[in-house]
Design a protein around this ligand. Structure first.
Ligand code: ATP
Length: 315
């Protein structure tokens, strides 16, 4: 049974703008007719350009915002009507803000959360020990949150969001501003939590490596509408972003002529060609090898960035 269900959900805001003495009001439909469901244990990437409606959706799923239309059920309840009841069953991490107490050492924040969520002490200790180990928090427990680096604080925030064993976790830009090693460590941790606890994860991110590393499902939204819902491979093959062929020749030549491919760049004896995703590379290779002094050659698939850019442009 689905753990998150949205049926025709919308949320509008009235925005007032001023030009001289004139004030004009207009309605922004941040989320517009959104319908989807999420099964327990799914890791869903929720992506879209700035202003697409991601945060508004997450705020409605946590109960902070009330929808203007449609219905939402999370863990069987309407989030805005049962916000406190739901709080025990969900965890939330906003990459740009901390939920920890700024002046308290990390371990005291964790102790407050144990009381707030009324987590049995034995279970709290067990979870804490696991997260301290996996997130490498041991040396940070006595440090006030204000003295932690961004990456250290984020590890603390993630542990804090999971200490009460939530069934669903919303992560809004959890890797923003982190270095490559911290990002990798965090992704590994989240994958492990999902595998071992079957925690449902909704991940909002602009870092597509997060999506590649973690998500079994991707939802792309734009202007409050869903424009794609499926697997990452499905997303890649849904668009005809061109593939690239990099050809190294024995000599610097004018752009080569190949049926079905176009030279987009030359760099001495190296030439870059694009060709459609749905075309096989084999006949191109054969034609080049037959007509030109070929030394080496490689084919690269479209990047996920290029696929998504194309999706936004065609939506
Ligand atoms: N409280 C508000 N009042 C007025 N307009 C709002 C409010 N919150 C959001 N919006 C508008 O709703 C639209 C969606 O905003 P939202 O924050 O959900 O986008 P987002 O996809 O999370 O963007 P980002 O990637 O920049 O965080 C935007 O046009 C935004 O300006």
């Amino acid at each position: 049974m689905a753990v998150i269900e949205l049926a025709d959900v919308s949320r509008a805001f009235t925005v007032t703008s001023r030009s001289g003495w004139r004030r004009t009001r207009r309605e922004v439909r941040a989320v517009d007719g959104m319908t989807f469901s999420v099964e327990p244990g799914e890791v869903m990437g929720y992506i879209g350009p700035n202003g697409a409606g991601k945060s508004t959706t997450i705020k409605m799923l946590t109960g902070i915002l009330v929808p203007s239309g449609g219905t939402i059920r999370v863990a069987g309840v309407d989030p805005s009507r049962h916000r406190l009841k739901l709080a025990r069953r969900i965890g939330v991490v906003f990459g740009q803000r901390t939920t920890l107490w700024w002046d308290l050492p990390l371990k005291d924040s964790f102790a407050v959360l144990q009381k707030m969520y009324d987590v049995p002490l034995a279970r709290h200790r067990e979870n804490l020990a696991t997260f301290v180990e996996l997130l490498d928090l041991r040396d940070l427990l006595d440090v006030p949150v204000r003295q932690l680096s961004l990456g250290q604080r984020m590890r603390g925030d993630i542990a804090a969001a999971l200490l009460h064993d939530p069934e669903i976790v919303y992560l809004d830009e959890p890797t923003i501003g982190l270095d490559v090693i911290s990002k990798a460590r965090l992704r590994e941790f989240l994958a492990q939590v999902n595998a071992e606890r079957r925690t449902t994860i909704i991940l909002t991110t602009h870092d597509l490596d997060d999506i590649e590393a973690l998500c079994t499902r991707v939802m792309v939204i734009d202007h409050g509408h869903q424009i794609f819902d499926g697997t990452l491979d499905g997303l890649k093959s849904s668009q005809s972003a061109p593939r690239t062929l990099v050809v190294d020749l024995a000599a610097t030549l004018p752009p080569i002529q190949v049926t079905g491919a176009t030279v987009i760049k030359t760099d001495g004896p190296r030439q870059h060609l694009t060709f459609p995703t749905n075309t096989s590379a084999a006949p191109l290779l054969a034609e080049i090898a037959a007509n030109y002094p070929l030394v080496d050659l490689s084919v690269s698939e479209p990047t996920i960035e290029s696929v998504i850019t194309q999706l936004y442009n065609t939506a």
